[in-house]
Structure formats: C-alpha cells, structure tokens
Ligand binder design. Structure first.
Ligand SMILES: [Zn+2]
Length: 480
C-alpha cells in the first residue's frame, strides 16, 4: 500500500482503518502468517516432500535416458536399447515402481495414438504419452486435476533425423527426470485433488504428445486447474557465462491464448491483461515455493514463453487451461538441438556433463511444493464478479466452494503496478464482501478460498457483471 493512498477519505472508513494506518504495519500482518505456515501440521508433508527429492535419482534417470542414444520421436520403437521406444518402456516401468508405494492411488498408463503425416512427421507415427495419475482423496476435489509434464523426446540438428545421436540431457531429460522424481516421492502422500505426472513425446515435432493429452482432456471436460511444463531445467550455467543455481524462470501469459473477441472487449474496458488464471498460477508458485524452498527464486517472466519460441504448456493454454513453463535462467544454444561434435575447439551437443543435477533437484522441489500446495488447497473460487456501477466501495461476490473442510475466503488486493498480491483480508465463510472506501479503479482485487488447515487456493480475478440500470441515467451515466 502506498502512503499516498492513506488520504483522509480512506482512513475515516471504519472497516479498513486498521489496515490503512501504515504501510509497514500492513505487510507485517500478512507475511508472518505465511512464515508460520511452514510450521503447521498440515504443511509438514510439503516440507518432507521437498526434503525427499534426491539429485542422485535425477542424475541416474538422465544418464539412463541418454543411454538410449536418441529419443527422437521418429526413431526406433521396438529396439530395447536404442530409440524412443526403449525410453518409453523404461519410463513406464519406473512410474509403475513409483505407483507401487501409493497404496493404489497412483495408476500408470501408456496413452498411445497415431499422429498423422505432418511437417515434421514424414509418415504416420505412433506416439505414446506415459501418464501416472495420483488420485485425489477428497470426494469434492478428486475431479480437480494438476498436471506436471516433461518431454522425453530429443533431437539433434534436424527434428526429422531419427538416426543421429541426440542425448537431450537437458532438453528434455532434465524435465523428464524431475517429473519422475516428483512421482516417486509424492506417490506416498495423500492429496485432496488429483496430480498427473506426465512425460510426452513429439514436443520437437510440434508439441504433439501434449496436444493430444490436452485435446482428450478438453473432450472429457477434465477440470485441469493448472499445468506445469518443465523444459530445459538442466543447467545453471548460461552461454552468457552466468552461473545461477538459485533461479528458475516461470513463464506465464497475461492475455489468455483462447481469449474471445467479447472477452477482449471487456478486458480493454475494465483491465485484466495482467490477471489471467495462468498469471495467478505463476504468482501462487512464487508465493508458495519460495516459502518451502527458500534457496530458490521464482523469476516470473510475464510472457507465454521465450521470445518466438514455444512449449508443451501452449496446447493447454489454447484450450483454456491455466499453464506455465519452467526453464533455467540462462540458456546455452550450443547445447540444444545440436549434433554432438567438437568444432573450433568448442563442444556442441546436449550432453549430461552440462547438466547440474543439484539444480534440477531444486527446480523439482519448487514444482513439488507448488503442486502439493495446490492439491491440498480448496479449488479457487468460481464466478467471482463485481458490478460495473459507480461507487466509492467495491462489492465482490462469488460462488460457494463445495469442500467440506472449507474455512472461508480471503480478499487479496494490490496496487495496479505491483507484480504480486500485496495484501489479504480474511472475510469468513461468506459469498459477498464489500471493500469499503476502496475503488476498483485504483486497485486490483482477487478472491481465494482457505481450508481449515490454512491451505490457500490460487486467486481468482473478478469479472464485471453487466451494468445495472440506474434510476437516473441522465446524471449518473459513466463518461464514455
Ligand atoms: Zn524442449
């Protein structure tokens, strides 16, 4: 809260007087409650999960995946030691081992489909997503799904060269190994909502495995509330010479990829280009993961992906699912999509020697903390609205959550230039609340749900209700 906002008109209003006395006093009210969260009983599993993630398992997985020579999507499918088929079968076996510790909650499937001929697919090819589903245990939440994914295919210079060695140790054995390690650790724990641990092929051919999964999910009306793709999370040393093992980039789009013309018109009128559900997901990841993995900084990048590039979160975004991308902070293009070779004394190729296994484990911890928190929390509130009518106050309303362990809701807000939510206020188990003396012109507001253990959902950004007719239109019409 800026001190300039503490004008007499605001401070005289009773409800928020206590919040608006001093900037430092306000932040002092919300932050200790977050720190205290780590000590609460309900949070111990997250602390334990973060601790159990082991860089040595990640290292072993990456060496195993590299040992298949190539994992190009067009490579051999029935050779037990070389090609994408060998990688697929090995991953399937490893996810099954992870599922064995889940007391039946985790099931593993090969989702196989035929990809028709296309730009980077010279002939119809069978592709297989390896999908491990850890079923949620709360009746009202089991249908709510979070997906974490990495792509297990690789490429050298050419995406259609199925023969060349394509170790893909970083792109994307790193993401694949992180997902497998999360499945191994998290299978033993119970969550309210469902988590899908997925490894997919065909990324280098045009996001094919992820597209198939997202399309099937849409057809089945699956309630995917968040998707994380981990792609190139392997190295802490960039081509710029910077070694930074304490930062991971999380890319999130502001304007939704599937925005309709009508939604765009509304957004231009009321704002919200910085408040898509994917952006709320990125803020949630930053808030939760930096609490549980304090050595890591979540560097939110406010764009869908790197400049002109893409990833497996896109097919989810295009179908209306919130999704983000995790990537190392500084890439090295000599180690991506390169034939393995030494040229002018420089080693090219995506080799395991350029991976930092401890760093990958830390990125997996960031993912796991956020996933565990999401799947432990209630669903984010639905149909959050406020009227467009002119008022010095801001009334907000929302639909009731269904969880039986729901404690209530919190209103969050921030100055319009702030990147993350700066303030929160518990408002109890109600379905409407009025922010007295705070105009929706001057702040961004949101609502989140909280359960009895203090688990908080991601924030939902309100949408405007159609303007209600006024008794005296001639004097109160808002300016055009
Ligand atoms: Zn990749």
């Amino acid at each position: 809260m800026q001190k300039r906002l503490l004008a007499s008109t605001v401070i005289s209003l009773s409800l928020f007087t206590c919040f608006l006395i001093d900037e430092n006093q306000v932040s002092a009210q919300s932050k200790p409650s977050l720190r205290a969260a780590a000590a609460r009983t309900s949070d111990r599993p997250i602390v334990q999960i973060v601790r159990e993630i082991d860089a040595r398992n990640i290292e072993k997985t990456i060496h195993k995946l590299v040992s298949f020579g190539t994992r190009n999507t067009l490579s051999e499918q029935d050779n037990p030691t070389r090609g994408i088929g060998a990688a697929r079968d090995w991953l399937y076996g490893e996810f099954q081992k992870a599922a064995a510790a889940s007391e039946g909650r985790m099931t593993v499937e090969k989702q196989t489909f035929e990809q028709p001929k296309g730009t980077r697919v010279p002939q119809p090819t069978m592709l297989t997503n390896v999908v491990a589903t850890l079923k949620g245990t709360q009746t009202e939440s089991a249908g709510r799904v979070y997906v974490v994914s990495g792509h297990y295919d690789s490429m050298c210079n050419s995406a259609t060269d199925a023969k060349c060695d394509a170790p893909g140790a970083n792109d994307d054995a790193s993401g694949t190994a992180a997902v497998l390690e999360m499945a191994r650790v998290m299978a033993k724990y119970k969550f309210d909502a469902t988590i899908v641990f997925m490894t997919v092929p065909g990324e280098e051919q045009g996001l094919l495995g992820a597209t198939h999964f997202a399309e099937e999910a849409k057809k089945a009306s699956m309630d995917i509330e968040g998707m994380f793709t981990n792609d190139i999370i392997g190295s802490s040393l960039g081509a710029n010479g910077v070694r930074d093992p304490h930062t991971v980039r999380v890319f999130s789009e502001g304007v939704p990829s599937n925005e309709t013309t009508q939604e765009a018109t509304t957004r231009r009128s009321v704002g919200g280009e910085n408040d898509s559900q994917s952006r709320q997901l990125a803020r949630f990841i930053k808030e939760v993961s930096e609490l549980y993995v304090p050595t890591m900084k979540v560097w939110m990048i406010y764009r869908r992906d790197r400049y002109g590039r893409g990833g497996d979160h896109q097919p989810f975004l295009e179908r209306g699912f919130a999704a983000v991308r995790f990537t190392e902070p500084n890439e090295n293009y000599q180690h991506q999509h390169q034939n393995v070779r030494v040229q002018d004394g420089v080693q090219y190729g995506d080799l395991p020697e350029f991976d930092d296994f401890n760093y990958i484990a830390d990125v997996a911890r960031v993912n796991a903390a956020a996933l565990a928190a999401l799947a432990s929390a209630p669903a984010r509130p639905k149909t959050v609205t406020f009227p467009t009518s002119l008022s010095a106050d801001t009334p907000i309303r929302w639909e009731a959550n269904k969880e039986t362990d729901l404690e209530g809701y919190e209103i969050v807000w921030r100055d319009t230039t702030e990147p993350t939510w700066t303030h929160s206020q518990a408002v109890g188990n109600v379905l409407t609340f009025t922010m007295k003396g705070m105009s929706k012109d001057n702040y961004f507001f949101g609502v989140r749900a909280v359960d009895k253990d203090g688990n908080r959902s991601p924030v939902t950004y309100p949408r405007p209700l159609p303007r209600a007719p006024r008794p005296d239109q001639s004097t109160q019409q808002p300016p055009p």
